[in-house]
Write a protein that binds this ligand. Structure first.
Ligand code: UT7
Length: 327
């Protein structure tokens, strides 16, 4: 069975609370000018006490369901890409299934850091291609600010919270997924990690005192990796789909850093005004970043029927991947 699969609707949600560069200046030795110049970020949305990743995911999902004119009872699969689950035991997807009032369907999380949405989309597409699933909900949702070290100026300026969702159906009546690719290289796992809190190093008073439960990055190394992978992913996606750069209407990249996107655009000789960017308002939301940018672009009317869209992501793992959509 190898049938076509389409995205039939999109949705996104950003929590209300905002953390500006001026707020960060009060926490660490940094400045609005430095953050803006080095990352392109002005502010990010942050979850509030009592809110969890599944709450953001549910709101994004409800937007996508409304747009598709579907009730949650029509769903037969829920996949959540996240590295900031509500809890380590009980997948965020199970919380989403319950909060949406969906039937007792398959629901699971996918862990691929910033590539989490592309991984989840690919898995969802395979399920729908298999022929037994007709309405698959695929979400990227993160609350990275809950695992951010607000005494480390190298990382705390980057991250925000949010969620984006799509609904997949068999057929080409929506925005057809033409191609997806997934890659990994575990030898680079230390480039981005949260050392403690897993089986390798359970949290203790000492690990907490040393702040090992928070995200650590080798920013400069990630920077180089991201530029190389963004260029490779776009070129690979085009060659596998027999398309060329001039066929591409928009690139929707993981919102990692404005300078990374500019460097990759220059190498690809692709105009910046056709790269969807919301990093200024949203920051880096890991697995949520592409589906949020996709939904915002769709709602702004940036895509027209037939447009070729390439989505590219790269992140912890290391992982990277792409998806080509005919809008
Ligand atoms: O989605 C995957 C996760 N994302 C990433 O890993 C992000 C990828 N990397 C980046 O976006 C960039 O590497 C950063 C934004 C993290 C850092 O930018 P950079 O241009 O690579 O700066 P750098 O790390 O080379 O640091 C340059 C200087 C250093 O000072 P010295 O050693 O030159 O005196 C840093 O200590 O800037 C200093 N610095 C800061 N200064 C003010 C680092 N962070 C800050 C800060 N405010 N927040």
């Amino acid at each position: 069975m190898n049938q076509k699969v389409s995205i039939v609707s999109t949705g996104s949600f950003l929590p209300e609370k905002i953390l500006t560069n001026a707020d960060l200046q009060k926490l660490v030795d940094t400045s609005n000018e430095w953050i803006l110049e080095r990352t392109g970020i002005k502010e990010r949305h942050v979850i509030s006490n009592g809110e969890a990743t599944s709450d953001l995911a549910v709101k994004a999902a409800q937007n996508a369901l409304t747009q598709a004119n579907l009730s949650s009872e029509a769903l037969d699969l829920i996949i959540v890409g996240t590295v900031t689950p509500d809890q380590l035991v009980t997948s965020t997807a199970c919380y989403v299934q319950n909060k949406l009032g969906a039937r007792q369907i398959a629901a699971f999380d996918v862990s691929a850091a910033c590539t989490g949405f592309i991984y989840s989309l690919t898995v969802g597409r395979q399920f729908v291609m298999g022929g037994n699933h007709r309405n698959a909900l695929v979400i990227g949702a993160e609350s990275l600010t809950t695992v951010t070290n607000y005494t480390d100026r190298n990382t705390c300026i980057l991250f925000g919270d949010g969620a984006g969702a799509v609904i997949l159906q068999p057929g080409d009546h929506g925005h057809e997924i033409l191609y997806t690719s997934l890659f990994s290289d575990g030898s680079g796992s230390e480039m981005m990690s949260r050392p403690s809190g897993g089986s390798k190093m359970p949290n203790t008073v000492e690990t907490i005192q040393n702040r090992l439960q928070y995200l650590q990055l080798r920013g400069r190394e990630v920077f180089k990796f991201a530029v190389i992978k963004m260029v490779q992913l776009v070129k690979d996606s085009l060659s596998k789909t027999n398309l060329s750069m001039k066929d591409v209407a928009l690139i929707i990249p993981h919102q990692v850093n404005m300078r990374i996107l500019e460097a990759a655009a220059e190498k690809l000789e692709f105009p910046m005004d056709r790269i969807v960017i919301n990093i200024e308002r949203v920051g880096n939301t890991s697995a949520a970043s592409i589906p949020i940018a996709l939904d915002e672009a769709a709602r702004k009317g940036m895509m027209k029927k037939g447009d070729i869209i390439i989505m590219v992501a790269f992140g912890g793992g290391l992982t990277w991947g792409s998806a080509v959509i005919r809008w």
